[in-house]
Design a protein around this ligand. Structure first.
Ligand SMILES: Nc1ncnc2c1ncn2[C@@H]1O[C@H](COP(=O)(O)OP(=O)(O)OP(=O)(O)O)[C@@H](O)[C@H]1O
Ligand SMILES: [Mg+2]
Length: 279
């Protein structure tokens, strides 16, 4: 089952529609959840008359609109809606553990103008086992291309598998991007690098990595870009002309306690298209 979370905002509506399309592609049922946080209105000894009823009513309206949006966009998708009481981020993290995917908007109804990623989206991406897709409202341009970050580490295996699957279901091309940089701290005059050699080694490793999945997905057309530069710049650039960008939750640089690496976090902030974070 796919879960879409909505607070009724434009980004959340884009997320519900994205989830409807993905549910149709993957032939999975869709569950739309709205979390109602009653706590901010529960002022001890000074109850605000009628406020509880009206936030429940507004929640029910948000869910009615979401169900209608799914019906219009993907009439074949089996959709259920649910109003859950609690604090949005932890509730969604818990609900997502029983799902195959959680889809949220990049922003919501809170926050401030110019903010790129809301607190709820940043607390779910990389924190749940299921893939989390973060969607921003965008014009409906289809480029027929999915971008995936490729490194030689095992951390990126689930992301690659997810990207191949999406490319196959959409009949889209898959562009692997492997970005590398020389480590700054050992650049002394006595250290000599053969940049060509390094570039070649990265290309070899990334080609091997993609090769494993190309056998399983022979119908997917794959290209590989090996770029010397920062991975965030390379991936954000590629997101301009992509339908979806897929990243792992962390790379090799991450220490145990880090659940979402700095590259994935930066991409969630700056990508121009929906981002899937796959752990
Ligand atoms: N109460 C909620 N119920 C269900 N989903 C929610 C709820 N609040 C947020 N979401 C999901 O998280 C996405 C991002 O919203 P988020 O709340 O993180 O951003 P924001 O409201 O702009 O900023 P803030 O961090 O101030 O709340 C929404 O598009 C929606 O998918
Ligand atoms: Mg919010």
């Amino acid at each position: 089952m796919i879960i879409a979370a909505t607070d009724g905002s434009p980004a959340a509506t884009a997320a519900v529609e994205w989830a409807a399309d993905d549910a149709a592609r993957k032939e999975l049922p869709l569950r739309v959840i709205h979390v109602v946080d009653r706590l901010p209105y529960e002022i001890p000894r000074y109850p605000i008359p009628g406020v509880q009823e009206s936030i429940v009513q507004s929640g029910e309206r948000i869910l009615r609109d979401a169900r209608q949006a799914v019906r219009t966009r993907q009439p074949g998708v089996e959709v259920t809606t649910e109003l859950v009481y609690g604090v949005p981020a932890p509730v969604l993290r818990q609900e997502a553990e029983h799902s195959s995917e959680l889809v949220v908007g990049s922003r919501g109804r809170g926050g401030f103008a110019g903010m790129l990623l809301g607190s709820v989206s940043s607390h779910v991406a990389g924190h749940v086992h299921a893939p989390v897709v973060v969607v921003r409202p965008a014009p409906a341009t289809a480029y027929g291309e999915i971008v995936v970050g490729v490194s030689e580490s095992e951390e990126c295996d689930p992301a690659l598998a997810y990207a191949f699957e999406e490319a196959k279901l959409r009949g889209a091309r898959l562009r692997g991007i492997c970005a590398w940089e020389l480590p700054v701290h050992i650049l002394g005059p006595e250290v000599v690098y053969d940049v060509e050699e390094i570039q070649h080694a990265f290309r070899q490793a990334a080609t091997d990595k993609l090769g494993e999945l190309e056998e399983r997905f022979p119908e997917v057309e794959v290209t590989l870009d090996v770029v010397r530069g920062h991975p965030v710049a390379a991936l954000v650039d590629a997101s301009e002309k992509a339908d979806l960008i897929v990243v792992g939750s962390r790379g090799r640089g991450a220490i145990g306690a880090v659940v979402l690496g700095s590259v994935s976090r930066a991409i969630l902030h700056h990508a121009r298209c929906p981002v899937a974070v796959v752990r």
